[in-house]
Design a protein around this ligand. Structure first.
Ligand code: ADP
Ligand code: ADP
Ligand code: ZN
Length: 215
């Protein structure tokens, strides 16, 4: 199974990908996470991406497609893939087709998380993650069960992204509208787009996605 989770920043892609990883043993391929790891490690890719990400603009198609290809190669061809935050442009969508073919894979579904734009700023500005295991949280919508302690791994260290501020979010939303939303018709023509109400509770959204995957 190979699926794309598509939606604007804050739609819930990462949150849902984490649930699918836990329930179905699939693998989350998040170009955002890969790029943040590269920035942290100070690799050439990271050095090139850092300022672009801080502005909320898109990193080059070539860089992210190479990251995805490398990750697919490393994980072996039998594990299901959840693409989170990739593809984001028509060029990336085209590259993904070629990369998947090279790994003997093909796309099953593109799941679009539909959300009100007004809700996104609140989602993004309240977002934080466990510094140890990456589990996602929210100041209002998903607090740890024990305050200050990660549900999943018990760590007491959390972090916030430098680009999760209102200014950058506006740029990221504009990038989504201009460059990412236009790739949907390509997948619609193939009959593989499914829509989910991303404004529902986290667990309900997971249930809706699982119903799609179950066919
Ligand atoms: P994306 O990966 O699409 O940018 P995230 O999965 O990181 O989005 O979600 C953004 C923030 O909103 C996180 O803090 C997350 O906990 C919260 N969130 C995700 N899904 C929902 C939901 N259905 N309802 C309320 N809050 C949500
Ligand atoms: P969100 O889901 O909140 O939009 P991501 O973690 O997916 O954020 O991405 C964070 C940033 O990393 C983006 O604003 C962009 O600068 C860069 N990025 C991530 N994925 C891609 C991609 N597929 N193409 C270009 N840039 C990307
Ligand atoms: Zn944790």
């Amino acid at each position: 199974m190979n699926i794309i989770l598509l939606g604007p920043p804050g739609a819930g892609k990462g949150t849902q990908a984490q649930r699918l990883v836990e329930h179905h043993g699939m693998r989350q391929l998040s170009t955002g996470d890969m790029l943040r790891a590269a920035v942290k490690a100070g690799t050439p890719v990271g050095l090139e991406a850092k300022a672009v990400m801080e502005r909320g603009e898109l990193v080059s198609d070539e860089i992210v497609s190479k990251l995805i290809d490398a990750e697919l190669t490393a994980m072996g061809d039998s594990v299901g893939a959840i693409f989170d935050g990739y593809p984001r442009t028509e060029a990336q969508a085209h590259s993904l087709d070629e990369i998947l073919a090279g790994h003997g894979r093909s796309l099953d579904y593109v799941i679009e998380l539909e959300v009100d734009e007004d809700a996104l700023v609140e989602r993004i500005t309240g977002r934080f993650t466990c510094a140890a295991c990456g589990e996602g949280y929210h100041d209002v919508f998903k607090q740890p069960r024990v305050p200050g302690v990660c549900d999943k791994c018990g760590s007491t260290e959390f972090k916030r992204r430098p680009d999760d501020n209102e200014d950058t979010v506006r740029t990221r939303m504009a990038e989504y509208r201009a460059k990412t939303a236009p790739i949907l018709p390509v997948y619609e023509a193939r009959g593989i787009v499914r829509r989910v109400d991303g404004m529902a509770d986290i667990a309900e959204v997971t249930g809706a996605i699982e119903a799609i995957l179950a066919g």
